[in-house]
Design a protein. Structure first.
Length: 180
């Protein structure tokens, strides 16, 4: 049970880090701040526009809402159902981002917000669940496992993005859907 709950941490790490790893190809594919400069990766990275900022910050907006209500939801429906809801939000968000196009950029924003909501809800529910199922002597180690999974998820995001390359950014994001 502890390992399954800790997977929420891995999803959290993956989703927090994948955006930075694939931002340039996403920016090019969805035409965020486009065209900018000479269209090179360096020029795109330096460009700033409202759409790009909204897409990146959408996860934080969702996470704030998820964290604000995550404890309440976990208390009302239970830790495990809250974790399941979080996983469904992760999956739906990953799918929305993977299917976003330049004519449907809003899907990427909605996907990022959904993932943020999942992060806030899942973080609250997983931490509470792990603390409740852990024997008192092991409680710190159980919670440490979740934090370790966050780091592993983040490293995994960079490895996946590197391995799949810029042209397969949708597959990188789509992995969130499979893991969730």
């Amino acid at each position: 049970h502890a390992l399954i709950a800790s997977i929420t941490g891995a999803l959290l790490g993956f989703d927090l880090c994948i955006a930075g790893a694939i931002l340039t190809p996403v920016q090019r594919a969805l035409e965020l701040c486009y065209p900018c400069g000479d269209g090179s990766d360096t020029a795109l990275a330096r460009c700033s526009c409202v759409e790009k900022q909204l897409v990146i910050s959408a996860v934080s907006i969702g996470a704030c809402l998820g964290a604000l209500f995550g404890g309440l939801v976990a208390d009302r429906v239970g830790r495990r159902p809250a974790l399941l809801a979080s996983d469904l939000l992760f999956g739906a968000g990953g799918a929305a981002m993977a299917f976003a196009t330049k004519s449907a950029t809003w899907l990427f924003f909605v996907g990022r917000a959904s993932v943020g909501l999942a992060l806030g809800l899942g973080g609250a529910a997983a931490s509470a669940y792990l603390a409740e199922i852990a024997p008192a002597a092991w409680r710190g180690r159980f919670l440490e496992l979740m934090e370790l999974c966050v780091c592993v998820g983040c490293l995994g995001a960079y490895a996946v993005a590197y391995g799949l390359g810029d042209s397969r950014w949708r597959a990188s994001i789509g992995l969130t859907t499979l893991v969730a």
